[in-house]
Design a binder for this molecule. Structure first.
Ligand code: FAD
Length: 358
């Protein structure tokens, strides 16, 4: 059975790892480097780890696993009638095709947006790292986990960090939880500009609705755009992402999608943890297990040295279990939790909430 996976991010590489040996696996990747860790990019930019630490698998690993890795190769079209993937380097026949094409950073659409960098790839990270060495300071736009990880690490590394976010709270959390995260990041030196909308940028700074913020290096880290173009060009149904059912099936026979590109019941998980979990479930489905995927949002982050876990539904009125965990209930069931500074407790609560226990 020929399994062709488009994309070598955490979703694609995990699926390849799990199915190599049982399937004849080919991974098609447009970047020219083996798989690297995106969650570690801000640690690399901060200078905490050398570049080689970003790569969990060597080229030798792919070879040993028998995975045919086609780097620097962009998938252009799925020719469903002939069951071939058309790439810029030629055609790859498949029996099963999985799109794990991920997402790209959202570009700022404001005048002077060309003066603002984005962060998604190692190439972006190298550029930001180089500019940071020249400037010694950075303005980050966004209040999601990528913005907070970057802000925390760079501040901890001694750079001057300003974070500009148009909303009142961080990570979409309530004021109390957001306030705690803000305080922890302020403790390491991050300067916050909340409820501040960016209106434009020039070489020297950022124009906002609260005034001009000086700083030549600006990085936009608010949100991602799913890479659905391959599906669109191939006549496969898309919404915000590539539409899949709870078996990761797309509208085309023998074509699946997982990770940041896949939209299930209106949701795109948007985390490496989610992409890996989806790859695990799809691997079992492709091996013949009768299983379906039940989306469950759970993400663990580290902002400077402060860990934050978002588990399940984290909206509405929560109550504190103790000083590190706020839980959210529906009736007598705990449906979500935010756990701060206690990873062990986060794992325990994740199990309880996922298992639907009270
Ligand atoms: P991606 O990782 O986006 O991989 C998709 C791959 O497909 C890419 O390599 C791309 O080049 C390739 N591709 C796309 N189109 C084509 C094509 N047509 N032909 C060939 N190849 C193609 N998540 C967490 O869980 N925890 C974190 O702490 C965390 N921190 C992050 C920090 C940063 C700076 C960033 C950028 C992301 C972070 N994330 C984190 C999010 C996480 O990295 C993503 O959710 C995850 O990478 C999604 O995996 P994926 O396999 O779906 O897609």
């Amino acid at each position: 059975m020929r399994l062709v996976i488009v994309g070598n991010g955490p979703g694609g590489v995990e699926l390849a790892r799990l199915l190599a040996g049982e399937f004849d696996v080919t991974v098609v990747e447009k970047e020219n480097i083996p798989h690297y860790s995106k969650p570690m990019l801000s640690h690399y930019i901060a200078g905490f780890i050398p570049e080689e630490k970003l790569f969990p698998y060597s080229m030798n690993w792919y070879e040993k696993k028998g995975i045919n890795l086609l780097l620097g190769t962009e998938a252009k079209l799925i020719d469903r009638s002939r069951k071939v993937l058309v790439t810029d380097k030629g055609e790859v026949p498949y029996d099963i095709l999985v799109m794990a094409t991920g997402a790209r950073a959202r570009e700022p659409v404001i005048p002077g947006g060309e003066h603002i960098l984005t962060l998604r790839t190692l190439k972006d990270a190298r550029l930001i790292r180089g500019r940071l060495e020249e400037e010694g300071e950075i303005t980050i736009l966004g209040g999601g986990f990528i913005a907070l990880e970057l802000a925390g690490n760079l501040s901890k590394a001694g750079y001057t960090v300003r974070l500009v976010h148009r909303r009142k709270t961080l990570l979409g959390l309530d004021g109390e939880l957001s306030g705690i995260i803000k305080e922890k990041l302020e403790d390491v030196g991050v300067e916050f500009h909340l409820e501040t909308g960016a209106l434009g940028a020039d070489e020297d700074g950022l124009k906002t609705d609260k005034g001009y913020i000086k700083g030549r290096l600006k990085v936009c880290a608010f949100g991602v755009v799913p890479n659905k173009e391959l599906a669109l060009r191939s006549g496969i149904h898309t919404g915000r992402g590539i539409l899949v059912d709870d078996h990761f099936r797309t509208s085309a026979r023998n074509v699946y999608a997982i990770g940041d590109c896949a939209e299930l019941n209106g949701t795109i998980e948007g985390t490496a943890k989610g992409a890996v979990e989806q790859a695990k479930v799809l691997a079992r489905i492709l091996k013949g297990t009768d299983e379906s995927y039940k989306p469950f949002r759970s993400a663990f982050f580290k902002f400077a040295d402060f860990s934050v876990a978002l588990i399940g539904r984290t909206k509405g009125k929560g109550e504190w279990l103790d000083e590190s965990a706020k839980v959210f209930r529906e009736g007598d069931k705990t449906v979500g939790a935010v756990v701060m500074g206690n990873i062990k407790k986060a794992f325990r609560l994740e199990k309880v909430i996922k298992g639907g226990l009270p």
